[in-house]
Design a protein around this ligand. Sequence first.
Ligand code: KIV
Length: 273
Amino acid sequence: MSATARKTAPLPDDIRAMKGGTPIVSLTAYTTPMAQMMDAQCDFVLVGDSVGMVLHGLPSTLGVTMEMMVMHGQAVARGVRSAMMVIDMPFGSYEEGPAQAFRNAAHLMRETGAGAVKLEGGVAMAETIAFLVARGIPVMAHVGLTPQSVNTLGGYTVQGRGAAGAALMADAQAVAQAGAFAVVLEKVPQGLADEITGAVPIPTIGIGASAGCDGQILVVDDMLGLFTAFKAKFVKRYAELGITGEAAIAAYAEDVRARRFPGPEHVFADAAP
Ligand code: KIV
């Protein structure tokens, strides 16, 4: 069923069942108003750890904490009704092992009401994914460019070109085998993304991957033109709200300095009308 026709949020199994059908639509969200704006259009919204860079001005996602994810998850939960909410596990909250991952995933779901968690990693995370799924925690996996590993990957570069493609295919197959209900493919060459989409039984959600993926995700502030520190090649700007916002703020500043604001319609009479 399309997101616009739906009244209640899909479950992870519903997202899984969208494999090969109408492409799955998703965006990141970090606040209530933004979540409300996208709720009717998205199949799922992701409370991404990109919140650290996008809203908090951090240089990478590595500084994002569980507390930040809980706070933004709670805000997004107040804005979604018909989209499923997935929440990112922040760096350091799951890599130690399955028990740590379970504890933190359960905390995120309990505190925010998210329907699933997302974590980064392929073969290395398969055991953890299986552990979580077996204990009632739906997992979305994330392979290819995994920003939490930027320091070992050596930058935000395209992943899986040439001989590295086989390892990336193995990552996607491992997370599917472990029970993930979907997998994000980030910054993966188009041909490889299409091959992975054909090879795994779960939906692939592309970001910098291929229109042939089972769905797409973008960081909402990127596609609205609100995050302007840099623009990745895979971002399509559907609006330039940063430019519009700057112009609005400049107009406000001019009005205040010229005493044009507040106008008569914005102030209160001495006596009640
Ligand atoms: O944190 C995030 O925004 C993400 C998406 C880019 C997939 O993980």
